[in-house]
Design a protein around this ligand. Structure first.
Ligand SMILES: CC(C)(COP(=O)(O)OP(=O)(O)OC[C@H]1O[C@@H](n2cnc3c(N)ncnc32)[C@H](O)[C@@H]1OP(=O)(O)O)[C@@H](O)C(=O)NCCC(=O)NCCS
Length: 182
């Protein structure tokens, strides 16, 4: 994988880096595009975020990754660690979107893998969680391929128009599974 820290002359592979405040307009355009084209896969409705901003802070435990082809932002995902002292062992992945033109070429997996590598480096962070709509089999397959497993299903969690959709909660432990008391 290529990151901003380890550039390579190969042109086809996207460059991954954490977004910065100056990326705000590109982020907003891509996220709006995602909500418009794949709104049936998100809990957020376009009208809930008329002017979306980068949803995380610009910190090691709260970041938004972008995948770039040249100057073009083609994929995004965010990771945010829980701030409360008793929840700080957990982080949440959200807002994953890859432009339709780039879908299926490994960009989503690169983004998620990089988010997990960065999560691993956060010392006492223990697990990463996410939610995905039950109708979104493609995303579920991606998450499962990187070690996430579903642990709960909330019935009718999200209402999209007149349709109620279940949501699956998934978790990926970073180092070792928590010990189950005997
Ligand atoms: C879900 C999404 C992020 C995946 O990104 P992507 O770049 O297309 O995915 P990748 O090419 O990295 O593929 C990763 C895995 O996804 C799965 N996948 C990819 N294309 C697929 C397809 N057409 N059908 C089924 N599974 C597919 C596979 O498990 C694949 O792993 P593999 O190549 O090792 O088999 C992207 O399709 C997307 O933005 N979808 C719309 C928005 C969305 O659903 N976001 C997630 C909300 S929870």
């Amino acid at each position: 994988m290529r990151t901003a820290e380890t550039p390579s002359p190969g042109a086809a592979e996207p460059l991954l880096r954490c977004l910065e405040p100056r990326d705000g307009p590109a982020y907003a355009a891509l996220w709006r595009e995602g909500l418009a084209s794949h709104g049936h896969f998100f809990r957020t409705a376009p009208e809930d975020e008329p002017s979306p901003g980068i949803p995380t802070r610009f910190a090691p435990d709260s970041f938004t990754l972008g995948a770039f082809l040249g100057d073009a932002l083609i994929g995004i995902t965010s990771l945010e660690r829980e701030p409360a002292s008793r929840l700080r062992h957990k982080a949440l992945i959200s807002r994953m979107f890859v432009r339709p033109e780039a879908e299926g070429s490994g960009v989503g997996k690169l983004l998620l893998r990089e988010a997990l590598v960065r999560a691993e480096s956060l010392g006492d962070l223990r697990q990463v969680c996410l939610t995905v709509l039950a109708t979104n089999e493609r995303a579920q397959r991606l998450y499962a391929s990187l070690g996430f497993r579903g642990y709960a299903r909330e019935p009718a969690a999200v209402r999209i128009g007149e349709t109620f959709v279940d949501e699956i909660q998934m978790v990926r432990f970073l180092r070792r599974e928590p010990r189950v008391p005997a």
